[in-house]
Ligand binder design. Structure first.
Ligand code: CUA
Length: 387
């Protein structure tokens, strides 16, 4: 069970980079305290020591001091740079998932977390992982923005509709750790949480074999690709189809008809399914229909896993999508984000909670609202005044 650290109410350190986050935090806290308290003391001391003793007394004129000026420039500069470099280093560690991490797919929805292991196990609000293994979460949401936060691992990241974000950690201690949603997402936001169970490898193997494993994401994706959605009729393996063969493309650059190049990553695959006209690969016709509204986020994740596996990528994951930036650079990512909140049939709404369609922000294209100053509604001046 979870015990607290040496500081009361402070979560214990249970991931490989937790100590780095804490060091940075306490370093900044110490510097802030030192100067905050120091300034207060000096102000108080000076107020007493140099209080007015004679009416209209005049202090001595001081005309600059190179030593003083340099001191109060260089010291704060060095302190600020240590914070910056430390922060950049820790940030870099936190938001670059290592290539050899074990990949787990996460779909958030109001109000639960759904996890899917590469081996086919599915969990809700519980996540079992082995100790000492690097774990990468590839995350998205069916409705609104959520945020995965595991305090003991000192890491968190937003889960955003219409894109994949990633998070990684390496648990260092077996135990049970709180998992929270850290982005206000509606009525039961506070209840949207669970536990991460970190287990010894042997216990983890037992757990794996003792739980029902359905189709693995790759198998489920293959099923969708070849049968249910019929992608394979165009994307054939022999380059004879009307669409490109997808084998061996993952992680490579794709040249688009617009002359742009995009990285063939999770985000790109997702966009191509939901908004196929957005990023057409050079040499192909824009004939692919959209699958928007026909696939759930969980199915999308499976298709992504399957297409990845065509390039020999089995959960290692070398997606360039960082936790914060995302990689959607073209119009495709922007337009798909507002529409994927649609869960077409609510079929996955297994717990009878409020239908995620409540969160639908609509896709009727009325982006201007009723703003009379919106460019489209303003009458165009026919001539500029000339003088
Ligand atoms: Cu999900 Cu707050």
């Amino acid at each position: 069970m979870q015990e607290n650290s040496w500081i009361p109410l402070f979560p214990e350190q249970a991931s490989s980079f937790a100590w780095q986050v804490d060091w940075l935090y306490f370093y900044i806290l110490a510097v802030t305290l030192f100067f905050g308290v120091g300034c207060a003391i000096v102000i108080f001391y000076f107020a007493v020591r140099y209080r007015e003793t004679e009416k209209f007394g005049k202090g001595a004129d001081i005309h600059g001091s190179m030593v003083l000026e340099l001191t109060w420039t260089i010291i704060p500069f060095v302190i600020a740079m240590t914070m910056f470099i430390g922060g950049a280093y820790v940030f870099y560690n936190l938001y670059r998932p290592p290539a050899d991490a074990m990949e787990i797919y996460v779909v958030g929805k109001q109000w639960m977390w759904k996890f899917q292991h590469g081996t086919g196990q599915r969990e809700i609000n519980e996540l079992h992982v082995p100790v000492g293994r690097k774990v990468k979460l590839t995350m998205t949401t069916e409705d609104v923005i959520h945020d995965v936060f595991i305090p003991a691992f000192r890491t968190k990241a937003d889960v955003v509709p219409g894109r994949y974000t990633t998070l990684w950690f390496e648990p260092t201690k077996p135990g049970k750790y709180h998992l929270f949603c850290a982005e206000y997402c509606g009525l039961n936001h506070s209840g949207m949480g669970g536990y991460v169970y970190v287990m010894e490898q042997r216990d983890y193997d037992n757990w794996l074999s003792g739980t029902v494993s359905g189709q693995t994401p790759v198998e489920a994706g293959k099923d969708l690709f070849e049968t249910k959605l019929g992608c394979a009729s165009c994307h054939q393996g022999n380059d004879q189809g009307r669409g490109p063969t997808l084998t061996g493309l993952y992680g490579k650059e794709q040249k688009l008809t617009t002359g742009q190049a995009v990285n063939f990553d999770d985000e790109y695959i997702r966009n191509s399914i939901l908004n196929p006209q957005g990023q057409i690969v050079e040499g192909y016709q824009p004939i692919m229909p959209t699958f928007k509204g026909q696939v759930t986020e969980e199915q999308l994740v499976s298709i992504v896993a399957y297409i990845k596996s065509l390039s020999g990528n089995t959960g290692g994951g070398n997606s360039g999508a960082s936790g914060t930036g995302g990689t959607g650079t073209t119009s495709g990512s922007a337009s798909s984000s507002s529409t994927t909140v649609n869960t077409p049939n609510g079929a996955t709404n297994s717990t009878g909670t409020i239908n995620p369609r409540r969160a639908d922000r609509g896709e009727t294209g009325n982006t201007q609202g009723s703003n009379p100053n919106a460019p489209e509604n303003r009458s165009e001046p026919t001539r500029r005044e000339e003088r």
